[in-house]
Write a protein that binds this ligand. Structure first.
Ligand code: PLP
Length: 411
């Protein structure tokens, strides 16, 4: 099999050839598609013959992106959606019902916590917490109403790195699928299928979009979970076997929710995928250098990056990711005021909420993504006022360090 970068660039040969031989798959900016006969339309709607009928359900440009990701991950099925949050929402709605529960970490991206704890709780979903750093803690929390274990590969912004294979081993004993948010690692750094993850979620807004070009999300069914054992889709599994989860998405949740990926965004993200390997290499090496610089700086109380040997997650991250630890890190100054002063003095680094852009971005999580929570709740989520999050881009690393250095000198 060809390497990751070649597959990301060329897709799966022979992929559908454009009628004009265009080397870049075109954007099919059309809401609807005509088929040859009424009978064919019936076959398309009843799922008996795959063909595109309406872009909210499928679209050729979106499909090209999905198939590239499927090839790269060696997965069973991929559904591309409008954003990372849409991917998480669709997955939970496909696998959970009112009265059921999910087991998750106290350390999650702020909007994911809000989705679970506010939005979905109102619809009867119970959210149970366990320490992902201690996989055995899952055993006492999972019961016969548990529909999934959900965690982030590197929690944002706590930077906790769990041993995913071990989490999968414990969940498998209980016949519960592990749903992993792999946004910060992407399939370039971490092969979730090999670890036993059932479904990987990715916000393709981040690394994959090629530089904050568009929002997007991916639901990747690795084909590792026997859906006959899952109460939500067991009936479907009797009819369509391993396609049960993907079918539930395509023929119900994804179709009905309407959070489809726009064809133009799929095109941008397919282009972004082609340079993912190059950009991630640079972002990871830059992040390690910046983390090392920050750790040596006297004003900085603490740097949290799993690439540093001082991180409690270094050994796990090294075993899981090789020598690539991602582009995100956090560090602490002595007060919120100092954080704001540093951020406001930066000349090249941008103050912005996104991450894994080509540009280096800086953010104060407590006053932004976590502003809906009070100080006590934030402390429980390990998000304090002294924390700064830095998403290290792919600029010349010395320029990133120089910008931080001049800002720190002014404190
Ligand atoms: N998951 C993680 C780990 C994230 O950091 C984010 C956004 O920052 C999301 C999911 C949500 O992705 P999106 O903004 O594409 O909805």
């Amino acid at each position: 099999m060809r390497g990751f970068a070649s597959r990301a660039i060329h897709g799966q040969p022979p992929f559908k050839r454009d009628v004009h031989g265009a080397l870049r798959f075109p954007v099919y900016d059309s809401a609807a598609f005509e088929v040859g006969s009424s009978r064919e339309l019936e076959l398309a709607f009843t799922g008996r013959k795959p063909s595109h009928s309406y872009t909210r359900i499928t679209n050729p440009t979106v499909e090209e992106f999905e198939q590239k990701v499927r090839l790269l991950t060696g997965s069973f099925a991929v559904v591309a959606v409008a954003s990372g949050m849409a991917a998480i929402t669709e997955t939970v709605l496909a696998l959970c019902e009112s009265g059921s529960n999910i087991v998750t970490s106290p350390y999650l991206f702020g909007n994911t916590t809000s989705l679970f704890e506010s939005t979905l709780k109102r619809w009867g979903l119970e959210v149970r917490k366990a320490s992902m750093a201690d996989p055995s803690s899952l055993e006492g929390v999972i019961d016969d109403k548990t529909r999934m274990v959900f965690l982030e590969i590197i929690s944002n912004p706590q930077m906790e790195v769990a041993d995913i294979s071990e989490i999968c081993r414990v969940a498998k004993q209980k016949n519960v699928p592990v749903v992993l948010d792999g946004t910060l690692s992407t399939p370039y750094i971490f092969r979730s299928k090999e670890a036993g993850v059932a479904v990987e979620i990715i916000s393709s807004t981040k690394y994959m979009s090629g530089g904050a070009t568009s929002t997007g999300g991916l639901i990747i069914d690795n084909g590792t979970f026997n859906w006959k054992q899952h109460p939500a889709v067991a009936d479907d599994a009797l009819k369509v076997g391993p396609a049960a989860f993907a079918t539930r998405l395509r023929r119900e949740i994804h179709r009905n929710l309407g959070s489809c990926l726009a064809p133009h965004n799929a095109w941008l993200q397919s282009l972004g995928l082609e340079t993912l390997a190059l950009r991630m290499e640079k972002s990871c090496t830059n992040a390690l250098e910046v983390a090392t610089f920050l750790e040596s700086s006297l004003q900085i109380l603490h740097v949290n990056y799993s690439g540093l040997t001082s991180s409690p997650f270094h050994a796990t991250a090294l075993a899981q990711f090789g020598k690539r630890f991602g582009g995100l890190l956090t560090f602490e100054l002595s007060s919120k005021e100092e954080c704001f002063n540093l951020m406001d003095s930066l000349k090249m680094i941008k103050r912005a909420t996104n991450l894994n852009d080509n540009k280096t971005l800086i953010l104060h999580p407590a006053s932004t993504i976590f502003c809906d929570y009070n100080a006590k709740e934030r402390e429980e989520m390990l998000v304090n006022d002294r924390m700064i999050r830095l998403s290290v881009g792919i600029e010349d690393v010395q320029d990133i360090i120089d910008d931080l250095k001049q800002g720190l000198e002014k404190l």
